[in-house]
Design a protein around this ligand. Structure first.
Ligand SMILES: Cc1ncc(COP(=O)(O)O)c(C=O)c1O
Length: 421
């Protein structure tokens, strides 16, 4: 991902292409924006994960993109699920995911939702404070809690520890309090922040987790679960490669949680699984030429036809700028800004883009649009979410079916993790 430095409206921005070079669509100006979701890409990511981190069991963070095609594909592959709410638990259970493959990771839950988890058999849950322990003690006697610790993550695009995670200092007190309340603690979790660019963030947090395991052992706990969270890149243009991060994690695990130590390791990945699988196509509904400073220079402003891909701050956090416009040859470029269709004056998607002159009815495509886009969309002004069109090659389809029938052990995270027990 790249960051543009285009003045006040600096944005992260995905690849832009002119869909009007995809001839068949060029004249269909009444089409709404739509996604193409390549589920084969999700499958490839899963296999890549199992290869790079053979001792870590992957869970999918539903919050990142809860579209059914993704959730069903990952369920077929044997992934577990990280749910943040009752709605997400209901979604994954509606497609047959058993409760023991679900972790309810929101560290601050409404009591009604804790009760929902209890009544639906979901036991594994995260917490990071004493009040949460009290709620769980009263509402979910069979809960198996994971203590979420804070991380130092200044180089992440979404710094989750600003809101969540217990400090190392407070961990002993929390572990003692859990004992007094008879709440079972089974492990430690952390999240280095989504879009993490710091290679040392995982090793640092794994070392911190080891300290808390030891603290727990002194208090008589036998914890057996380490959750290393998400934070992995979802696209190839990330400044840090997934395999590099995986290598640092493997070394840290060998050091702090070596094979045979009796600790099961899980990760909860969102962006990694879905970012590159989704491409968004939108069409231009209006344009205006606006004078730019200095006078005499040319400006173009385009509006596209659907706002459904999320509130502006989320674009800023989670999108990926890559200004690789792919116009046909001999098209001059103009400094342009793109706006959503809503009546909100803040609905600016990006500016400072060098684009060919666009016309009403032109289509634009945006790659790497799977993470925190649909999930963060809004129906403001009555706009609807773009339709998702799933694609999967016949080969990948057969592979997924073989996983469903249990004939492909390669696709299951189980094989990898049982070795550590
Ligand atoms: C608790 C938790 N787990 C996992 C994730 C997924 O993170 P990522 O998309 O970086 O993989 C998030 C993202 O916010 C999260 O809050």
């Amino acid at each position: 991902m790249e960051r543009t430095s285009a003045g006040r409206g600096a944005r992260y921005w995905p690849s832009v292409g002119r869909l009007d070079y995809w001839a068949p669509f060029a004249d269909f100006t009444d089409f709404r924006a739509f996604f193409v979701a390549d589920l084969g890409d999700v499958v490839k990511k899963h296999l890549r994960f199992l290869k790079a981190l053979p001792h870590v069991k992957p869970f999918y963070a539903v919050k990142c993109n809860s579209s059914r095609g993704v959730v069903r594909t990952l369920a077929a592959l044997g992934a577990g699920f990280d749910c943040a709410s009752k709605t997400e638990i209901a979604l994954v259970q509606s497609i047959g995911v058993p409760p023991d493959k679900i972790i309810y990771t929101n560290p601050c839950k409404q009591i009604a939702q804790i009760k929902y988890a209890a009544s639906h058999g979901v036991q594994l849950m995260a917490f990071d404070n004493e009040v949460e322990l009290g709620k769980v003690a009263r509402s979910h006697p069979h809960a198996r809690m994971v203590l979420c610790i804070a991380t130092d993550n200044p180089r992440s695009s979404a710094r989750l520890s600003v809101k969540f995670g217990a400090t190392l200092k407070s961990c002993r007190h929390l572990l003692e309090t859990a004992k007094e309340m008879n709440v079972e603690i089974v492990g430690i979790s952390f999240h280095v922040g989504s879009g993490c660019l710091d290679l040392q963030a995982f090793p640092r947090s794994i070392a911190d987790a080891r300290l808390v395991f030891e603290m727990g052992a002194e208090l008589g706990y036998k914890m057996h679960l380490l959750d290393i969270g998400g934070g992995f890149p979802g696209t190839e243009n990330s400044k840090v490669r997934f395999e590099e991060i995986a290598a640092t994690i493997n070394s840290a695990l060998d050091l702090y949680f070596p094979e045979g130590c009796g600790v099961e390791i899980i990760a909860k990945l969102g962006r990694y699984y879905v970012a590159s699988a989704f491409t968004l196509a939108v069409n231009v509904i209006d344009k205006q030429e606006v004078p730019l400073d200095p006078p005499g220079s040319d400006g173009r402003l385009s509006r596209w036809n659907d706002t459904s891909c999320g509130a502006e701050p989320l674009w800023q956090q989670h999108g990926g700028r890559d200004s690789s416009v792919k116009p046909g040859p001999h098209h001059p470029l103009f400094s342009s800004s793109l706006w959503g269709p809503s009546c909100d004056g803040q609905d600016r998607i990006a500016d400072g883009l060098e684009l060919p002159e666009l016309q009403v009815g032109d289509w634009l495509t945006f790659e790497n649009m799977g993470a925190y886009t649909i999930a963060a969309s809004s129906s403001f002004n009555g706009y609807q979410q773009p339709q998702i069109n799933y694609v999967m090659s016949r080969f990948v389809c057969l592979f997924v079916f073989s996983c469903l029938q249990g004939s492909s052990p390669a696709a299951s995270g189980e094989a990898a993790t049982t070795r550590r027990r």
